[in-house]
Design a protein around this ligand. Structure first.
Ligand code: CP
Ligand code: NVA
Length: 338
């Protein structure tokens, strides 16, 4: 039996395929239980600290709602609300929070920070996104693919277009490789995941039977795809000046209806971790629209609003999968064991 009690959740490559699939299966069970109105609280009297050095809608809310539904309490520390990184080291912060909380979530820039917290907290630490990895997102993406796919994961074709030299590009590539998928990174060479990430994916693929393709050719990359995914072209923490370069490089990689048609699959599904620049009506969107005259960036509004798009199921699944991480790592560890 797979037992993840007490484990950290820092990056996908720390897990075996069986462990990762166990979290997906648990999330599906918890989701079904919630839907049936029979949810059992497994985390009563547990506490979780949520450290956010970067903004969040989904991840923060997913942790708070998942914890509350399971009977646990959370403390949200906003980007300016604690001493971490300014007056107090990650190591000291970890040793303090570990004395009070049963687990700690961290979202910020450096993967080294979440690893440092994990080394010293004495309780499970969860990565809520760093510049390198976004592992709670790939859990939700995988659950969504099991719900919307027409084939088992190890026969699923998965194309990721856009800025792949980022947390989502890295995490998507290694997760698909871990699970034995036919994964295609479709991006200009300059924005492919870095070599160590590609090497890890290839090593995982040798064991799982995954097929790993990196290509700058959109037609080749999306041919036959079951799922087409993308992400923003400039990530949190990157300078605004990056838009010039990225828009220049990435315009051919925007997910349009033509791209979906090029898959040759009428049932192709569109994924996006969100937030998405499918219309430029937001504050940042308007600035970009005025500067570059574009109507959309990584995905058109037509694709985003189409029947192919499963992005809101995917967003909901952030909550069910994060709940699975909490339950798998924390349930049974204390006095209120289920
Ligand atoms: N997808 C995702 O992580 O969203 P948030 O930034 O809103 O948490
Ligand atoms: N790559 C994006 C993901 C947001 C969920 C970012 O880091 O901003």
């Amino acid at each position: 039996a797979i037992d993840l009690a007490g484990r950290h959740f820092l990056k996908e490559v720390d897990f075996t395929p069986e462990e990762f699939r166990h979290l997906i299966d648990l999330a599906a069970e918890l989701k079904a239980e919630r839907r049936a109105g029979t949810e059992r609280q497994r985390l009563r009297s547990r506490t979780v600290a949520l450290i956010f050095e970067k903004a969040s809608t989904r991840t923060r809310c997913a942790f708070e709602v998942a914890a509350a539904q399971q009977g646990a309490a959370t403390t949200y520390l906003d980007p300016s609300g604690s001493h971490i990184g300014r007056k107090e080291s990650a190591r000291d912060t970890a040793r303090v929070l570990g004395r009070m909380y049963d687990a700690v979530e961290f979202r910020g820039s450096a993967q080294a920070t979440v690893e440092e917290l994990a080394a010293h907290a004495g309780v499970p630490v969860y990565n809520g996104l760093t510049d390198d990895w976004h592992p709670t997102q790939t859990l939700a993406d995988t659950l969504t693919m099991t719900e919307h796919g027409t084939r088992p994961l190890d026969r699923t074709r998965y194309a990721f277009l856009g800025d792949a030299r980022s947390n989502m590009g890295n995490s998507t590539l290694v997760t698909a490789a871990l699970l034995g998928m036919d994964v295609r990174i479709v991006a200009p060479r300059a924005l492919w995941p870095r070599e160590p990430v590609v090497a890890r994916a290839r090593a995982l693929a040798e064991r799982s039977g995954a097929r790993v393709t990196l290509t700058d050719d959109v037609a080749e990359g999306v041919r036959g795809a079951d799922f087409v995914a993308t992400d923003v072209w400039v990530s949190m923490g990157e300078p605004a000046a990056a838009w010039d370069e990225r828009i220049g490089l990435l315009r051919p990689y925007a997910v349009t209806m033509d791209v979906l048609r090029a898959t040759g699959n009428d049932d192709v599904r569109f994924l996006h971790c969100l937030p998405a620049f499918h219309d430029l009506g937001t504050e940042v969107g308007r600035e970009i629209h005025e500067r570059y005259g574009l109507e959309a960036l990584e995905v058109t509004d037509e694709v985003f609003e189409s029947g192919h798009s499963v992005v809101f199921d995917q967003a909901e699944n952030r909550m069910h999968t994060i709940k699975a991480v909490l339950v798998a790592t924390l349930a049974g560890a204390g006095t209120d064991a289920a």
